[in-house]
Design a protein around this ligand. Structure first.
Ligand code: GDG
Length: 487
């Protein structure tokens, strides 16, 4: 039987690397414009009591994060809107560069996505990482009150839970990890003192969440190997407290994407795309990143064109790549390799009136994105490693017509939940080629059955259920602590 969690009357404090707001100056002062990401809507619904959680938050949501606004410009300014209060963390460029570009994006990102050869191990970057986590802590110290619940996000802030725990032993702290947590053989590549700091840092939280059970297992093994704490049923037993480590597969605002199908702007986009491209449409959209398997995807599509000439002129692959981190040399190189590969495929197979790949390097407004999701016959999502991957979930959710086929890499966290997709290994170009044909030829009845099953799952476990799940665990931890200490 479930215990009934007790109620908390504190505020909700979010800490994530970047503030999810545009800070705009106007005649009367500064205004906050929140972005429309899933996490923002999820915490908003939590604070407004729209999800069935036993937490009862006081006041606006406090959000702590980095901004590159000038500290002098914002000194003494209150940054708030009707739902949020923003607390900017100013990180001087000489720290932010080695912290964010260096330690986070040049070491943790490649290493945790299984690209150890791209990882750079620099002492000065780790020092900057410690300093930046301390700057976040200094800001939080000014804000935290008894009963506040603090929810920390992602690999940029792995030391922060313990920094808070040392000074605020009774506040509830949650930590959620958005990228894969790697197997121990990868994690142990980190120098001993760094990996100890990281594990101790994360264990400062009461609840630690990952997308999948595999990441949970890998983390628990790292805990055993690095700091020697055992675990029982996903509870790590520290000397004076207990930490719950569990999987919470992040989701999306299902209804928003499903409803968007009928928005006039989305309908207009869909009709325009279909009027322009008479062939079947394959679609993909991702940030420019080596983890997303963009070259693998192109090779798979090329193999499809080689093996199945009967499909020439009957299909278009619309590949949208969203600019990201393109100041970094590795990313620039990858971009030029993609440009060349697209050029090669189009020049080998294209005709005067047909381009096999329509490639765009830009971001799209929401309506255009859903217009493309709903105009396409196939979504081709092939990361070589992805913590979860939200694009595939958005594609499924937006298909109110219950049509379309998802081809999904087994290396995406989402593959664990979307078994009705055509699951492929991104390194296997033959398999991608065969899956593309199978998707293009799939009967509408089969498309419907597969879509329905995936939609049902995503509808039930949307981003609001995800948030509720995480916070329910935060309340349950007290009871579990008592139970285990009496066992
Ligand atoms: C990290 C992890 C994990 C993309 N292009 C456009 C656009 N997007 C939106 C998508 C989607 C989001 O960006 C991308 O999310 P992903 O999950 O696919 O990938 P990451 O950015 O790498 O996210 C990942 C995630 O964190 C959450 O935990 O799933 O594994 O790497 O929402 O829609 N949106 C618009 N135009 C674009 O051009 N409007």
């Amino acid at each position: 039987m479930k215990n009934t969690p007790s109620r908390t009357k504190g505020r909700l404090i979010l800490a994530a690397y970047r503030l999810p707001f545009k800070i705009i100056q106007n005649e009367t002062g500064y205004s906050l414009f929140q972005n429309s990401g899933g996490l923002v809507s999820a915490v908003l619904s939590l604070a407004q009591g729209q999800v069935n959680t036993s937490f009862d938050f006081a006041d606006k949501i406090q959000w702590v994060g980095y901004t590159d606004n000038n500290p002098e410009e914002l000194a003494g300014v209150t940054l708030e809107n009707e739902s949020f209060k923003a607390h900017p963390v100013f990180i001087p460029p000489q720290i932010n560069e080695p912290y964010y570009e260096g330690f986070c994006n040049d070491l943790i990102w490649p290493l945790f996505h299984y690209f150890p050869s791209l990882a750079h191990f620099e002492n000065t970057n780790f020092e900057a990482y410690q300093e930046a986590n301390l700057l976040f802590f200094e800001k939080l110290k000014e804000i935290i009150q008894p009963n506040d619940v603090i929810w920390i996000h992602d690999y940029q802030l792995m030391l922060l839970p313990d920094l808070i725990r040392q000074q605020f032993p009774t506040n509830k702290i949650g930590f959620f990890f958005h990228i894969p947590f790697p197997s121990y053989e990868i994690f142990r590549l980190l120098p001993t003192t760094w990996r100890e700091s990281i594990i101790d840092g994360i264990l400062g939280a009461d609840v630690v969440g990952f997308h999948t059970n595999d990441y949970v297992e890998y983390f628990l093994k790292a805990v055993r190997m690095v700091v020697g704490y055992g675990n029982k049923l996903h509870y790590v037993n520290l000397n004076n407290r207990i930490v719950k480590v569990d999987s919470f597969p992040i989701s999306i605002d299902y209804q928003k994407f499903n409803d968007a199908f009928d928005l006039p702007e989305v309908k207009h986009e869909r009709e325009q795309v279909r009027a322009t491209l008479k062939e079947k449409i394959i679609f993909s959209v991702d940030r420019l990143d080596y983890s997303k398997g963009l070259l693998h995807r192109l090779k798979g599509y090329e193999r499809f064109l080689e093996r199945f000439p009967n499909w020439h002129e009957k299909v278009s692959f619309v590949m949208v790549v969203v600019p990201s981190r393109d100041q970094i040399e590795q990313y620039q190189q990858m971009k030029s390799e993609i440009d060349q590969t697209v050029g090669r495929i189009n020049s080998s197979f294209g005709k005067m009136h047909w381009q096999p790949i329509i490639y765009q390097y830009r971001s799209m407004p929401f309506e255009e994105l859903v217009g493309m999701y709903t105009a396409s016959d196939v979504a081709l999502i092939t990361p070589v490693r992805d913590g979860m991957n939200l694009v595939c979930k958005e594609y499924v959710a937006s298909r109110k017509d219950v049509q379309g086929v998802l081809i999904l890499s087994e290396m995406a966290g989402a593959a664990a939940e979307l078994g009705e997709a055509l699951i492929i290994n991104p390194t296997d170009a033959e398999e991608i080629g065969s899956a593309v044909v199978r998707a293009l030829e799939m009967e509408t009845d089969e498309q419907r059955k597969r879509m329905e099953a995936m939609q049902m799952r995503l509808r039930e476990y949307d981003v609001f259920a995800w948030t509720n799940d995480f916070f329910t665990q935060m309340l349950m931890i007290e009871q579990e602590h008592k139970k285990l200490s009496h066992a």
